[in-house]
Design a protein. Structure first.
Length: 126
């Protein structure tokens, strides 16, 4: 017997994280897609240091009162971004693999590919 198809796993992971979540902003060079007056493009990028604002994309959500970031590389190559963090951060990829990162100098280095990752445990949206 074979396991579930990768597309099903990716759908299940996404459905799990987005259940009850509210979009609060977008990571991209174009700014927000969610209409939240309290969130500005500058606030989203403040504290986030990608190789280029055109190399990564993603969305911020609030889930159960806590920030959730879903992000991926759009450059066609791996990218690394630095996110502010005060404690351990959990990263789950679209196929269900989980990793934990501990901050160094109050940041975690998040490696991105063309598959989305789901990041929880951040102290707040940068």
């Amino acid at each position: 017997m074979t396991g579930p198809k990768p597309a099903y796993v990716a759908y299940a992971v996404t459905a799990h994280y987005l259940a009850g979540a509210r979009c609060t902003g977008r990571l991209s060079g174009t700014g927000l897609v969610c209409s939240q007056d309290r969130v500005s493009r500058d606030k989203i990028w403040d504290g986030l240091r990608p190789a280029s604002t055109q190399s990564v994309d993603g969305y911020w959500f609030e889930r159960a009162g806590k920030p959730l970031l879903i992000s991926w590389s759009i450059s066609g190559r791996p990218e690394t971004i630095q996110l502010p963090a005060s404690g351990e951060v959990q990263i789950q990829d679209a196929l269900g693999s989980v990793a934990r990162l501990s901050p160094r100098d109050r940041h975690v280095a998040l490696k991105l590919s063309d598959l989305p990752v789901y990041v929880t445990g951040l102290a707040g949206k940068p």
